[in-house]
Structure formats: structure tokens, C-alpha cells
Write a protein that binds this ligand. Sequence first.
Ligand code: NAD
Ligand code: GLY
Length: 371
Amino acid sequence: MSEIHIQLPSSAAIAYPVLVGSHLLQELGQRVKERAPAPSCALISDDHVAKHYLPMAKASLEAAGYRVCSFVFPAGEANKTLRTVTGAYDALLSARLERSSPVIALGGGVTGDLAGFVSSTLLRGVPFIQVPTTLLAAVDASVGGKVGVDHAMGKNLIGAFHQPAAVFTDVTTFKTLPLLEIQCGLAECVKHAIIKDAKLFDFIEHNIAAICACDSATLAELVAWNVQIKAVVVMADPFERGERALLNLGHTFGHALETLAGYANLAHGQAVSLGVVAACHLAVQRGEFPPGSALAVESLLTRIGLPVRIAIADPTAVFRAMGSDKKIISGRLRLILPTEHIGKARIATDIPEGQIMQAIGYIQQQGAAVA
Ligand code: NAD
Ligand code: GLY
């Protein structure tokens, strides 16, 4: 089992472990008890994950002495809303949770973001535990404390920073994931590789088959490696005042595509893949990134099975939707560009509209519009 330790710079009080291994779910109760002892706790999950893993998680928590309140919502990004949050408040308050009672997110990034937001606001904040069950949530969403929900005007526009008290990743839970979800998780891993670590890029290139076959040892190595990369960035800049923005490579393009496509038609990881391709093309166009490296990125994403082109009804609508992203500063779009080589990226606030439109044009393909 790997353990990555996260400690925020400003506050010694905020420090937590990320444990990555196999069969952690059976021991969940004891592990949660070490980090958040209380008479009761809440388990939040979506209906897909609940079917597979809620009984085991609940039994383990009860065996450790918790009175468990479960809240299950319908799976899907379309339910990452204040409406679902209100349903969770109703259930958790009716169950008389206390300030010491942890809220445990058992699921993918949608569950983690939503349960995290609930935990950040319920009774002015209760402890939060992440148990990610998708590759995407394990390598990215469960670490770093960004929690929140979507608004009709865009993704993740309502939220907070609320760090978990612990993250427990049991990679054996990924075995029930559809292949698409493994591919989506790999999109965030490729993102980490492009901004920080060319060796991770090579590792992914050489291990696609083992990862897609859910080989536990390969998955555990992949998750721990990505968490380590993210941990270094988050520890240096927990509130995204600077370097943490690098983790948004491809996301401003991606969020706009997700919003326009309707969340059911384009998964987050697929949107990130398209956004990464657009960002790479933009950097090549500006002479900042070698064309060969951009091609290597596109070819890796294609080998993984991720989209690198999408039918877009109106490219200007994508540009406008990028304008409702959170990453606007003083009215200017802040984009992340790969620079010089794979493993290095920079924050750019000076990109002309024409170049952004050209990058949108680059990922556009003909056909019935998705976005
Ligand atoms: P998700 O939570 O919707 O999970 C994807 C699908 O897999 C869902 O249908 C879910 O029910 C199912 N599922 C989950 N675990 C399963 C399992 N083990 N077996 C079978 N099915 C399972 O989506 P996701 O891709 O995990 O996360 C995407 C979300 O994460 C987006 O909302 C995105 O904005 C957010 N995100 C947040 C951060 C952050 O830092 N907070 C970072 C990246 C992404
Ligand atoms: N997923 C980007 C971040 O956590 O900052």
C-alpha cells in the first residue's frame, strides 16, 4: 500500500493521508475511526456505486461502531446540483448528525465534489472522507479539497475549498468500472504528465493495456504517482492563487464543451481530452510547443480511446462559454499552455481571441453537432 501525505503550508492543522491499495474498503470503518471518531457518520453515494459497494462500506462502518446514515442520489453529472445537496441536507439533518460526524464520499468525482460541498456547509462544516471509486476521482478529484456543484451557467460555479481528513483509494473497486471511465481517468493522468512529468507520459504509453485491464498493481502505481504530482502542486498553492492553475490544462475548453454538449453526452474526461488537444495546438501555433510533442499527445489520447475531435455546432458559442469559466481574471481568459516540452506548462492570460478560435477550429470535425 502507498501513503502520500498532504500538509498545507499555511496550517499545520490541515494534513491528511492518501492511502492507495487493494481491499481497503473492507477496513473502511477502522480507518475512518482513526481520522474522525464520532458516534455517527454519513455515507453519500450515487445509485451505480451504491449497488456495488454501499453494503460493504456500511457494514464496515457499523462494525467500527458508527451509526450510519446513507444518502444515495441518481448517478450522473446532471445531478451534481444544489437540488441534490438539499436532499442530502434533509437526510443528514433528519438523522441528527453531529459536528464531529464525518461525511464519507463513496464514488466518483461527482459524488466527491457533491459530498464535499455538503460536508463543508452542514453545521458550518463537518469532517470529510473521500473514498474514490473511479480512476478519475482517485488521481485528481479526491485530492486537494475543491468541492462543489454545477449551476445552469456552468460547471463547478458553486463551491468551496474543504480538504478531506483522509482519502482511501481501493483500486479493486475500479474493476466494475466501464472502460469509458478508465479512459476518462487517463485523460487527467495525461494532463498531469504534460504539465509536470514526461516519465509519467512514458509510463502511460507503455501500460495502457494493463491499466485498461484493471491490473491492480499497475493501477496502484499510476494512482500513487498522480496523487504525488497533484500533492506537490496543492501543497504549494492550496487556494489556486498561482501554480495550482496549471492543473486546469484543457479544462477551460473542456468545461465549455461539457456545458454546451449537455453533461450526459460528453463525459468530463472526454472533454478534458479535447481541451488538452486544443491547448497543445494553441501552443504549437504560438511557437511555444514542438509540433512533434503535440502529435505524441494526440496519438496517446487516441490510443487510450479518448476523443481528439468533436462536431461543434457553433465555435463562437464555445468561445463564449469559455468566458463563464471560473478562471477568468480581470475579464481575461486564463489558459494553461504546454511549453517547450512534455512535462512543462505555463499560465497564459494574453492569448488573442483569434488564436483561441483557431484552436477550437482545430478540434472541430464535421457531422451532427455534439457541442
Ligand atoms: P462520476 O462520479 O460521474 O463517475 C462516473 C460514472 O461511473 C458514474 O456513472 C458512476 O456512477 C460510475 N461509477 C463510479 N465508480 C464506479 C465503480 N467503481 N464501478 C462502477 N461504476 C462506477 O464521474 P468521474 O469521472 O469520477 O468524476 C467527474 C467529476 O469530477 C466531474 O464533476 C468533475 O468536475 C469532477 N472533478 C473534480 C475535481 C476536483 O478537484 N474536485 C477534479 C477533477 C474532476
Ligand atoms: N482539478 C484541478 C484542481 O484540483 O486544482
